[in-house]
Design a protein around this ligand. Structure first.
Ligand SMILES: C=C1C[C@]23C[C@@]1(O)CC[C@H]2[C@@]12CCC[C@@](C)(C(=O)O1)[C@H]2[C@@H]3C(=O)O
Ligand SMILES: O=C(O)CCC(=O)C(=O)O
Ligand SMILES: [Fe+2]
Length: 349
């Protein structure tokens, strides 16, 4: 996260913070002002010479295209991904229904330090001095408990929409794991340890980025990498996601109909022995259209041991990360955020 806008502090010392009441806000308060946030927001893809890959999952070369995108970008947009239009539509309706509620109703499901699910600001918020122009809702395992707090008599349709999104996302991500592991030369025997009901934990993150009166001074979400194996993302109503490409800079991910965005996370970076990037990404906001995003994280279970899988097939290559449980890695990320990957890397003499 070595960008000028990054201002991560080392430990999470601040108390839990509430999202702003965006319904009444007329200007960007001091607490949410990022003076230099958009200075390096160069549209590198402006001349069309280099763009984030758009891959068709039905392409006979899908495996190579996905492998190439993961190596060079840590992200791509995917067509013919198999997530039904009706599932995306319901997901959008329910996400908007949630965020359109009055603040007091959303606060009934407020997250806490001990309970990471429900309504609130991003988990990474305390690492930054400035606040982000966002409100979110996190679902782990089931939405029922939190949705019931918000809609005691009308939570089922929200939960059904989330469940369908999770089910279809999981199927897609397991296909992507299959293709990317094959690309890396990881055996099907090994692949079995990373897919299936007992070998993963899913999480959904719904994000709302309200219209901002001075977007050039605000930040939707600060640059970060996800902790996942793969992350699947649908951006709704407006673009705003930017991916950092080493040596080139920030690229805007355009809204392309019928595609979803896939990015690789820290765990796949470690499993691939750093062959695949863990995509650094951020979100900008705008003064025209309220933006939403719906995100599914495919992660290992807490007791799974994460270590590079590639050297097992290639004795010339040294492992670049030490083996550790996912729980230990989450603990390190929780404390050191963007430094977590370098903390678990094996330093060369
Ligand atoms: C399952 C999870 C991944 C996540 C932390 C969390 O427990 C719930 C929210 C996720 C999210 C979404 C926004 C970016 C991110 C870094 C954050 O602050 O919260 C991710 C976390 C992650 O990938 O580690
Ligand atoms: O809203 C987006 O496009 C990205 C959100 C994100 O990075 C996340 O939830 O991890
Ligand atoms: Fe993210």
């Amino acid at each position: 996260m070595a960008t000028s806008e990054s201002c991560a502090v080392e430990t999470k010392t601040l108390p839990i913070q509430l999202p702003l009441d965006f319904s009444s806000i007329q200007s960007v308060p001091e607490s949410h002002a990022w003076p230099e946030s958009n200075e390096d927001q160069v549209e590198n893809n402006g001349d069309g010479s280099l763009v984030l890959p758009i891959i068709d999952l039905n392409d006979p070369k899908a495996m190579e295209l996905i492998g190439y995108a993961c190596e060079n970008w840590g992200a791509f947009q995917l067509k013919n991904h198999g997530i039904s239009k009706s599932v995306i539509e319901e997901l959008e309706v329910e996400t908007k229904r949630l965020f359109d509620l009055p603040k007091e109703q959303k606060l009934k499901a407020l997250r806490s330090r001990d309970n990471p699910t429900g309504y609130g600001t991003f988990w990474i918020t305390p690492f930054f001095q400035q606040r982000m122009w966002q409100e979110g809702f996190t679902i782990i395992a089931s939405a029922v408990q939190d949705a019931k707090k918000i809609w005691p008599n009308d939570y089922q349709r929200f939960c059904d929409a989330m469940k369908k999104f999770e089910d279809e996302s999981r199927v897609l991500i397991e296909k992507l794991i299959h293709l990317s592991f094959k690309f890396l030369g990881i055996s099907e025997e090994e692949e079995k340890n990373w897919v299936g009901p007992n070998n993963h934990a899913g999480a959904i993150q719904l994000n709302s980025y309200p219209i901002c009166p001075k977007p050039e001074n605000a930040m939707g979400i600060a640059p970060h990498t996800d902790t996942s194996i793969f992350t699947l993302l649908h951006q709704s109503q407006s673009s705003g996601l930017h991916i950092f490409k080493d040596g080139s800079g920030w690229f805007t991910v355009p809204l392309v109909p019928d595609t979803i965005v896939i990015n690789t996370g820290d765990v796949l970076h470690m499993l691939s022995n750093a062959r695949f990037k863990s995509a650094l990404h951020k979100v900008s906001v705008n003064n025209v259209k309220h933006r939403y995003s719906m995100v599914y994280f495919y992660r290992p279970t807490m007791d799974q041991v994460v270590s590079p899988l590639v050297p097992k097939n290639n004795s010339d290559e040294e492992p670049r990360f030490r083996a550790l449980t996912f729980k230990e890695y989450v603990g390190i990320k929780d404390k050191y955020l963007d430094k977590a990957l370098s903390i678990v890397s094996i330093k060369e003499d």
